[in-house]
Unconditional design. Structure first.
Length: 90
């Protein structure tokens, strides 16, 4: 995110994020400068010990494909309906 003077925050785009406040899930939705598309709020991502998620996670198949990403942190290709986050569900 571009932060500082002369930042045009109304030009930001937020999409396909999972927001979860562990201590208060009902307060997970952030105040953003623009409307987010396809955001998930207040649902436990069900992280494993290494921050991977299982197929039961609301993050599974909730991402979006972008032209500059081809795989996750381990080099595995993203699925046609990718997972939100650094690791694709296997």
């Amino acid at each position: 995110v571009n932060i500082g003077p002369d930042t045009a925050s109304e030009t930001f785009t937020f999409a396909n994020n999972l927001w979860y406040a562990y201590d208060s899930p009902s307060q997970s939705e952030p105040t953003l400068p623009v409307t987010e598309s396809n955001g998930i709020y207040g649902l436990d991502p069900i992280f494993g010990t290494d921050y991977r998620v299982s197929g039961a996670s609301p993050a599974a198949t909730a991402g979006t494909i972008t032209e500059w990403t081809w795989g996750d942190l381990c080099g595995a290709c993203f699925a046609d309906q990718p997972t939100i986050g650094a690791y694709e569900v296997r």
